[in-house]
Design a protein around this ligand. Structure first.
Ligand SMILES: Cc1cc2nc3c(=O)[nH]c(=O)nc-3n(C[C@H](O)[C@H](O)[C@H](O)COP(=O)(O)OP(=O)(O)OC[C@H]3O[C@@H](n4cnc5c(N)ncnc54)[C@H](O)[C@@H]3O)c2cc1C
Length: 456
């Protein structure tokens, strides 16, 4: 921490808007298990958007890097202050500014936690579908900045699909608004969408207008266990090929099951090597119809089917699914986990080749993810204190990115580029697109102070 920076920011914002004592919590995110940690000159905890604008303006005048931070659950080191500077945490800017249940919309500040938002609207019979796995800790501002997905993105789309307007602070410190409580807007270039997924490199989101839908009456998952990847991939293809409108379509491979099955909330067959979870939702008759179709499609080659139907059992299944990432980390204490995406017909091949890559680098390897979206969390389990193993895992990740591009996919389906995938965009984009990407950054942030080193 730099004493003069913290002192000046206290004078600007008031004592309680600048962290004192240990700031360790603000120096890392979920990439700590792969050895990523930063250093900050100060950590600001502003109370409102005007204070965010004041910090950005102060930093911009002095050439100080600015690192926006949400819940710190990111997997790419996006919120980590790698080059020092001032961390701006949105955690206190967390009010619901207005909620109009009858108009299916809500206006919230960036620091509202994802799970709280989902609970608030659910109490009025409404649904905010994006459900990234760390929802109790992640913030809506972080979800917007990463354009987060989650299991139900298969049917409902990623976070950006639900944002109708943004309030943001842009360099050199101006509070702007794009879109709002409106459901359509084609005026000008789509700057709202440019900000969504920009990972804090163009500005700081301070509030968002979100659209909502009536909550599905019923959600009915089906879990199919298989003896091998080929049968599981066949079941996924059967769901798609039969035109079954699943709300979520997830998979877990053998290594993932080995890490996570001990706490599975249901009966298990002997030695399952692949799991597919699909869910039907909607009105009760619709959900039951889709559920029956899913059951039939998944049962074909399954070793066992588990179909919980009480709300408590359904919630337990999803709680378990959201805990899988943590169970995998617990195997070796750390992990290098990517989120490549491939055309859905290449999913089985990508799962097998992930294992081949890991084996070549002598790494414990597994993958799980959002099968319907072709999105794999290809993961190398590591001891974060073992530099040689970490280096092998990072080299293996490079091969994963090459694999994604070879199969016609992308190096990131939902976690973003952040710090850990810096310079990888050149694998999938030609020079002209990279030039435009850099020009957009330059137009928003001519001094390059917004989250430097990230998303490039
Ligand atoms: C167990 C687990 C499961 C997960 N499952 C999923 C999943 O299913 N789908 C998925 O997409 N992700 C998933 N994630 C990753 C992570 O939760 C998401 O990327 C999430 O959107 C990050 O939100 P956050 O508030 O924690 O942001 P942070 O980690 O704090 O920041 C992420 C990025 O956004 C920027 N940022 C944060 N807030 C703002 C703001 N207000 N304005 C501008 N920039 C900002 C930061 O600078 C950084 O670049 C998971 C993570 C964990 C730990």
């Amino acid at each position: 921490m730099s004493a003069p920076t913290a002192r000046d920011l206290r004078a600007l914002l008031g004592d309680d808007a600048v962290a004192s004592g240990s700031i360790r919590h603000y120096l890392g995110d979920e990439t700590e298990g792969r050895g990523v940690l930063g250093r900050a000159d100060a950590v600001c905890l502003p109370h409102d958007a005007e204070q965010v604008a004041a910090v950005v303006s102060w930093c911009y005048e002095r050439g100080v890097p600015i690192v926006p931070r949400g819940g710190g659950t990111g997997y790419t080191g996006g919120a980590v202050p790698i080059e020092g500077g001032v961390v701006v945490s949105l955690e206190r800017i967390a009010r619901v500014r207005s909620f109009d249940p009858l108009l299916w919309r809500i206006h919230v500040e960036a620091g509202v936690r994802t799970a709280d938002l989902r609970r608030i609207v659910r109490e009025s019979g409404l649904y905010f579908p994006p459900d990234p796995g760390a929802a109790e800790q992640s913030e809506i501002g972080g979800n917007i900045a990463t354009n987060a997905g989650g299991p139900h993105a298969f049917k409902y789309g990623v976070t950006g699909s639900w944002v109708t307007g943004l309030e943001a602070v842009l360099p050199p410190g101006e509070l702007v608004r794009v879109g709002g409580a409106i459901r359509k807007d084609v005026s000008g270039y789509d700057l709202k969408s440019v900000l969504i997924g920009s990972e804090g490199t163009l500005g700081i989101v301070t509030a968002a207008w979100l659209r909502l839908i009536p909550a599905p009456e019923v959600s009915l998952p089906v879990a199919g266990f298989y003896r091998d990847t080929a049968s599981g991939a066949g079941a996924i293809a059967a769901v798609l090929g039969n035109g079954i409108a699943a709300a979520a379509l997830e998979y877990l491979d053998a290594g993932t099951l080995a890490a996570a099955l001990a706490t599975y909330p249901g009966e298990l067959p002997d030695d399952p090597r692949f799991l597919v979870i699909a869910e039907a939702d909607g009105s009760a008759p619709e959900a039951q119809r889709v559920h029956a179709e899913l059951r039939e499609a998944l049962a074909e080659d399954a070793a066992a089917i588990h179909a919980p139907d009480s709300p408590a059992e359904v919630a337990a299944l999803w709680r378990w699914r959201h805990g899988v990432s943590i169970a995998v980390t617990a195997q070796r204490g750390g992990k290098v986990s990517e989120d490549i995406v491939v055309p859905v017909d290449r999913l089985g091949e990508a799962i097998e080749r992930t294992l081949e890559i890991g084996a070549r680098y002598d790494l414990s390897t597994c993958s799980w993810g959002h099968a319907g979206d072709g999105n794999l969390h290809s993961t190398f389990m590591v001891d974060a204190n073992d530099d040689a193993e970490l280096a092998r895992a990072h080299a293996a990740s490079e091969e994963l990115f090459a694999l994604a591009v070879e199969l016609g996919g992308s190096i990131s389906g939902e976690h973003g580029i952040g710090w850990v995938k810096r310079d990888q965009l050149a694998r999938q984009w030609p020079p002209r697109l990279l030039e435009l990407h850099a020009a957009v950054k330059d137009a928003f942030d001519p001094k390059g102070l917004m989250n430097p080193g990230k998303k490039r």
